[in-house]
Write a protein that binds this ligand. Structure first.
Ligand code: NDP
Ligand code: 2IT
Length: 450
């Protein structure tokens, strides 16, 4: 990679370098663009960050591990998937970030997630580096035995590269408490060690209270801050949440408890529209449907006689939109529709669910918009608290962890406000990127050119 001159650096140069190096990694380029758009102007104004190699190092992972995952299905067929772990940046602590099992997983997606994770983890204020991993394995329709054998085989390779002070994976799409359990069991067997090498564990064997709820709850704590800052509140607002997995379920729960009316949730087949609002009882139906029966959201429409439509929910009018499914699920046209229909706040539970063009639409329409690295940081933050509890071999109460989560989300909001202040109001993208960058950059420079 050729050198970047930091005094005359431009976003174009950085993207050219990234594209020359990995021409096909479009999601990774998108994430670099999204972060560097804020960081480049900041560096130009702050000479102490104009150190040779800083940006090149920030956009190149410290280590990438790719491996074969062979496993046997229930019919006795031998199957092979690809496993990944990207250890992106360890300036602030052990690599930390989830594992995603989804057929779309490839190196570009894992690199974008690990890159974003580095800045997100910095924002939490906890000593966490950035990493991410996963596999193109599709858990849909697999038996419990198949899931277990796959997780065990995945860990047979991964265990060489992780440890409680080195790299601590957790869940993400397709990886929840069940998968973390199988992964942890196999790690323990291979190493004869019971350590906090994974987070999101079950409460019986070292998991933290509130980790299950943390991303969704944290998202709503952040939204509350955003709205209060702008003399608004969640109470009575119409909310659309995409996804119906871990993040979506607990975002819905907290939104309902804060007095909002959640009218839609979804999965990759389509969305339900319940104009009466999803209450706690109906939400329990969704939790059982998705977590235990591994069913489809369409079954909610049959149960409660409401509409089910294929596609995405963003053409429905709402006050608050919480994308909690996957990357690039809100494109420019979706954003225009949301803005036209009067949305006041869009906060990301998922990672990079809004395209660059969609974010531009929100900014131009004065919609309050929070990027995932700020608004969904609650999950990894409680993972950090799980690591602390594991290393001390103790367990904090639900109330205690929840209070710390509220505090962390409020502090992230303050950091966004401090670094994202503009004449028109808070630019959360700028605030999150710059606050996240400063801490990582300071630590990298202090540790020398490594
Ligand atoms: P889950 O696997 O529990 O749920 C994912 C949900 O999103 C499911 O409803 C799934 O539908 C839907 N979905 C996944 N891929 C697609 C797609 N390509 N198109 C449409 N819908 C899709 O994952 P999580 O809830 O844990 O994760 C959701 C998002 O939140 C991800 O972006 C993740 O990176 C992010 N996140 C997760 C954190 C965590 O702690 N778990 C922390 C911070 C961010 P279906 O069942 O049909 O596949
Ligand atoms: O995207 C994320 O922040 C996560 N999937 C959670 C990572 C973690 O280590 O808890």
């Amino acid at each position: 990679m050729s050198d970047l001159k930091l005094s005359t650096i431009s976003l174009k140069d950085i993207l050219r370098l990234a594209k020359e190096r990995d021409p096909d990694q479009t999601e990774f380029h998108q994430a670099i663009h999204e972060v560097m758009e804020s960081v480049v102007p900041f560096i130009k104004e702050h000479k102490n960050y104009q150190q040779a190699g800083l940006i090149e190092r920030l956009i190149e992972p410290e280590r990438v591990v790719m491996f074969r995952v062979p496993w046997e299905d229930d019919d006795g067929n031998y199957r092979v998937n690809r496993g990944f772990r990207v250890q992106f940046n360890s300036a602030l602590g052990p690599y930390k970030g989830g594992l995603r099992f989804h057929p779309s997983v490839n190196l570009s997606i894992i690199k974008f997630l690990a890159f974003e994770q580095t800045f997100k983890n910095s924002l939490t204020g906890l000593p966490l580096g950035g990493g991410k991993g996963g596999s193109d394995f599709n858990p849909r329709g697999k038996s419990d035995g198949e899931i277990m054998r796959f997780c065990q085989s995945f860990m047979n390779e991964l265990f060489r590269y992780i440890a409680s002070d080195t790299d601590v994976p957790a869940g993400d799409i397709g990886v929840g408490e069940r998968e973390v359990g199988y992964l942890f069991g196999q790690y323990k067997r291979l190493t004869a060690e019971f350590t906090g090498v994974l987070t999101g564990k079950g409460l019986a064997y070292g998991g933290s209270k509130v980790r299950l709820q943390a991303t969704g709850f944290g998202l709503l704590y952040f939204v509350k801050e955003m709205l209060e800052q702008h003399d608004e509140s969640i109470d009575g607002k119409k909310v659309i949440i995409s996804g119906s997995g871990n993040v979506a379920q607990f975002a819905a729960q907290k939104a309902i408890d804060m007095g909002a009316k959640v009218i839609s949730m979804s999965d990759s087949d389509g969305y339900i529209l319940d104009k009466d609002g999803i209450d706690r009882e109906k939400l329990d139906f969704i939790k059982t449907l998705k977590n235990e029966k591994r069913g489809r959201i369409k079954e909610y429409a049959d149960e409660y006689s409401c509409e089910f439509s294929e596609g995405k929910p963003w053409n429905q009018p709402c006050d608050i939109a919480l994308p909690c499914a996957t990357q690039n699920e809100i494109e420019e046209e979706d954003a225009k529709k949301l803005a036209e229909n009067g949305v006041i706040c869009v906060a990301e539970g998922a990672n990079m669910p809004c395209t660059d063009a969609a974010v531009k639409v929100f900014h131009e329409a004065d919609v309050l918009y929070a990027p995932g690295k700020a608004s969904n940081a609650g999950g990894v933050a409680v993972s950090g608290l799980e690591m602390s509890q594991n290393s001390k071999r103790l367990s904090w109460s639900f109330e205690d962890v929840d209070e710390r989560l509220v505090d962390i989300m409020q502090t992230i909001h303050e950091k966004c406000a401090e670094h994202g202040e503009e004449k028109e109001g808070i630019n959360y993208v700028k605030g999150a990127n710059i606050a996240g960058f400063i801490k990582v950059a300071d630590a990298m420079m202090a540790q020398g050119h490594v």
